[in-house]
Write a protein that binds this ligand. Structure first.
Ligand code: G3P
Length: 217
């Protein structure tokens, strides 16, 4: 399973990258706004900076919601760097645009996916990635990881090549459960990635080893 970081924060991207386990980055308009990135040039420059920092796929989301607008915006985003993946919302014109991008050699990540039916459409249109939103499904009283498992099962038996990218990850257990059900990618906040490191017995054990090591000096 690949690890992407789900943020537009350069310090967090740097920290995850330096850990040596980072395979890519996903962003969205909310994450860009959180960093105070404002205006066309600033947004394009920010994506360029992320592409220069991380050697992996970088998802950049379109704002347009009509076919022509999505295509025009996606072409500009894709021109920033070969690693840019154009993130397109799961709407009717989005599906049409994903097919257009597929036919024109531009990779896409279909976002805001909450059902297996939506995931089938993403795959049929040729999306490189489908992004089911695990945490938001859990918030609404369903099981987000179960959807990842269902999509993965459908894609496997149907031979679809679209990679299942588990998004809206909220905690380390989401990452573990997504790995168990065969997600191709997990895109996570830095806290959830670092949360995988933690175990109280590791801390207690290390403290004891360091204490005993003093006796050997
Ligand atoms: O990748 C999508 C993600 O950023 C949404 O996460 O926590 O806002 O549901 P969240």
């Amino acid at each position: 399973m690949k690890f992407f970081i789900d943020t537009a924060n350069l310090a967090q991207i740097k920290e995850a990258n330096e850990l040596g386990i980072l395979d890519g980055v996903t962003t969205n308009p909310s994450l860009m706004a959180k960093e105070g990135i404002k205006g066309h040039d600033a947004i394009m420059n920010h994506y360029k900076t992320i592409c220069e920092m991380v050697d992996g796929d970088i998802s950049a989301e379109v704002i347009a919601t009509d076919f022509n607008g999505i295509v025009e915006e996606g072409k500009k985003l894709a021109a920033i760097h070969p690693n840019i993946v154009v993130k397109v919302p799961m709407i009717k014109d989005g599906v049409k645009a994903i097919k257009w991008f597929t036919d024109n050699g531009i990779r896409t990540n279909c976002t805001l996916v909450f059902s297996a039916g939506q995931a089938i459409l993403c795959a049929k249109a040729g999306a490189a990635y489908v992004s089911p939103f695990i945490g938001r499904i859990d918030d609404s009283g369903w099981d987000g990881v179960q959807l990842v498992e269902q999509i993965k099962h459908i894609y496997t038996i149907q031979g679809f090549k679209t990679q299942v990218l588990a998004a809206s990850i909220r905690n380390p257990n989401h990452i573990i459960r997504c790995a168990e059900v065969g997600a191709d990618v997990c895109t996570c906040p830095l806290d959830s990635i670092l949360g995988l490191l933690k175990h109280p017995l590791t801390d207690i054990g290390l403290a004891k080893f360091l204490e005993d090591a003093k006796k050997t000096q």
